[in-house]
Design a protein around this ligand. Structure first.
Ligand SMILES: *Cc1c(COP(=O)(O)O)cnc(C)c1O
Length: 387
């Protein structure tokens, strides 16, 4: 049996007539950028999340970049973020002209560790002192809800408030997740979502969304996405061209009403994986916390003691795809060498890069496929020699 990491064709097949009708509607309208489809989608997203403003942009990367730009963060400013995330989290900070400060993660949730953040902000963190990070140059904290697991938002918010920092969420992997009953993307001053095709609400190309409850910040994001112009050809800010296509909005509007059901399906698969995989102590299943609603963008386990490569090889031979998100922490990326981090500076992020592996996870995953994954994992771990 072949089990893909994700199979988008099943969702497309189930929704094909509605998707085709949405495309036809946009083709007839000839309004291809922004316009009524995007405005309607923005309203529907704002209502779903329970937030005042939702602003469609060209990608999740741009959503992060424009959220940062809207706050005025730029040259001379630092932004505290996780070392264990997709590169876009850091590139958005750098492209805004600011400098990322990487903090370690909580090994159980893979989110920004409040303890490390507290130490950096207090000037007590040894690596950050060596790097010359002055806490008063830090303007914002940018947590990432990695794999769909919400970060420790309450503790991070308290720290941000105490130090007068903005909080901007990278919610690209976490649409549908919640923390203490509040949807992810409503926990900070601004948040960024992605509609990359494999995300929990996937588009048919690139797309992204900025959310905020702040009218002034929302207004700046809306200006920045159209080259700072209002009205057209009258420019108030140096922005960029970053708008959501009407086609993407129309197609995403077809999918949005299904999101909750898909998240329920993902959580069902996750619960089943956990039930059958928690029986071996050779891997660590994702943690379940009573105050967090994980949307399981990824189902990611930890396989330590150098067993990960062997397990992945075994699954590959059985036709089962797996992935490592991410093999290199951001503080050790070649392009960021000039920041001065060294191996050992952020040990939990570095260890996670050696140990994590994501298993097939998508709403339409079949029970027999999931069972094949579980069986192959058990086989692999039993046959793998202990070093
Ligand atoms: C996908 C992703 C992004 C970027 O989104 P794009 O739409 O691909 O630009 C940013 N941060 C994280 C954590 C992501 O997973």
């Amino acid at each position: 049996m072949r089990v893909p990491l994700v199979d988008l064709s099943r969702q497309v097949a189930a929704l094909r007539p509605e998707l085709t009708a949405a495309v036809d509607r946009v083709l007839r309208s000839t309004q291809f950028i922004l316009g009524p489809e995007v405005a309607a989608f923005e309203q529907e997203m704002a209502a779903y999340l329970g937030v005042r403003h939702a602003i469609g942009v060209a990608s999740g990367t741009d959503a992060l970049f424009l959220a940062l730009r809207a706050t005025g963060i730029g040259p001379g400013d630092r932004v505290l973020t996780s070392a264990f995330t997709f590169f876009a989290t850091a590139s958005a900070i750098l492209n805004a002209g600011a400098e990322p400060v990487f903090a370690d993660i909580d090994p159980a949730t893979y989110g920004l560790s409040p303890e490390t953040v507290r130490a950096v902000l207090a000037g007590h963190s040894t690596p950050h002192r060596r790097l010359g990070v002055e806490p008063d140059t830090i303007r914002a904290v940018l947590p990432v809800h990695l794999y769909g697991q919400p970060v420790a938002a309450h503790q991070l918010t308290l720290l941000a408030e105490r130090h007068g920092l903005l909080m901007i969420e990278d919610a690209a992997q976490a649409l549908g997740a919640a923390y203490r009953g509040h949807k992810v993307g409503t926990l900070g001053h601004l948040a960024a979502f992605s509609f990359f095709p494999t995300k929990s609400l996937g588009g048919f190309g690139d797309g992204g969304l900025v959310t905020t409850d702040d009218d002034a910040l929302a207004d700046r994001v809306r200006l920045l996405r159209v080259h700072g112009a209002r009205p057209r050809y009258h420019h108030h800010l140096v922005g960029t061209n970053s708008r959501l296509d009407a086609l993407q909005a129309a197609l995403l509007r077809v999918k949005l009403p299904h999101l909750e059901g898909w998240v329920t399906a993902r959580r069902g698969h996750a619960a089943a994986y956990t039930r059958y995989l928690a029986t071996t102590n050779r891997l660590t299943v994702p943690i379940t916390l009573h105050d967090r609603f994980h949307c399981f963008h990824q189902y990611t386990v930890r396989v330590g003691d150098g067993r990960r490569a062997g397990m992945r090889d075994h699954l590959r031979r059985r036709g089962i795809e797996t992935a490592v998100y991410y093999p290199v922490p951001l503080h050790l990326q070649p392009v960021l060498r000039h920041l001065g981090y060294r191996p050992g500076d952020l040990p939990e992020a570095e260890r996670a890069c050696q140990e994590v592996v994501s298993l097939p996870m998508f709403p339409e995953l079949r029970d027999e496929e999931r069972s094949a994954v579980v069986a192959a994992v058990h086989e692999a771990l039993a046959t793998e020699p202990v070093r």
